[in-house]
Design a binder for this molecule. Structure first.
Ligand code: 5GP
Ligand code: ZN
Length: 115
C-alpha cells in the first residue's frame, strides 16, 4: 500500500530521487537530505505505516525487517564502534514525515543523549 501524498512513498516509487544505500523486499534505505552526522541513513518500510503508533501484529514484520537491515547497513557503513537508531513519533516526538522511519546515525562520537 502506497500513499500518493506521502513523501517517503514517492521516494519508494522513484518519483522523488534519493541516494539508496540498501533495499530488500520489505525495506528501503537512503541518505537523509539534511545529515546530522557523517552517516545519517533513513530506514523505511516499503509499506505505508504512518508512525510507531500504527505498528500492530499485521505489519510488525516490517519493523523487524528494518532492524535486520539496520545491522547490515551499519556494518556496510563501517559503524563497528557503534551508532544510534532514532524514531520520532507524532507531534510531541517531532516527527515531520508521517511514514514510519528509523534514523541510523553514526560515524562520530554522538552527544546530546536524551536517555
Ligand atoms: P523526522 O523529523 O520525521 O523524524 O525525519 C524526517 C527526515 O526526513 C529528516 O531528517 C529530513 O531531513 C528528511 N527528509 C525530508 N525530506 C527529504 C527528502 O526529500 N529526501 C531525503 N533524503 N530526506 C528527506
Ligand atoms: Zn508513505
Amino acid at each position: 500500500m502506497k500513499s500518493d501524498s506521502c513523501l517517503f512513498c514517492r521516494i519508494l516509487t522513484g518519483e522523488i530521487p534519493s541516494t539508496k544505500v540498501y533495499e530488500d523486499e520489505y525495506v528501503f534505505a537512503f541518505r537523509d537530505i539534511n545529515p546530522q552526522a557523517p552517516v545519517h541513513v533513513l530506514v523505511v518500510p516499503k509499506e505505508h505505516i504512518c508512525c510507531a503508533d500504527a505498528v500492530d501484529e499485521s505489519n510488525s514484520v516490517y519493523v523487524a525487517k528494518c532492524f535486520e537491515a539496520i545491522a547490515k547497513i551499519a556494518a556496510a557503513e563501517g559503524l563497528e564502534n557503534g551508532y544510534r537508531v532514532i524514531n520520532n513519533c507524532g507531534e510531541d516526538g517531532g516527527q515531520t514525515v508521517m511514514h514510519l522511519h528509523f534514523h541510523l546515525i553514526g560515524g562520530i562520537r554522538l552527544s546530546d543523549k536524551v536517555v
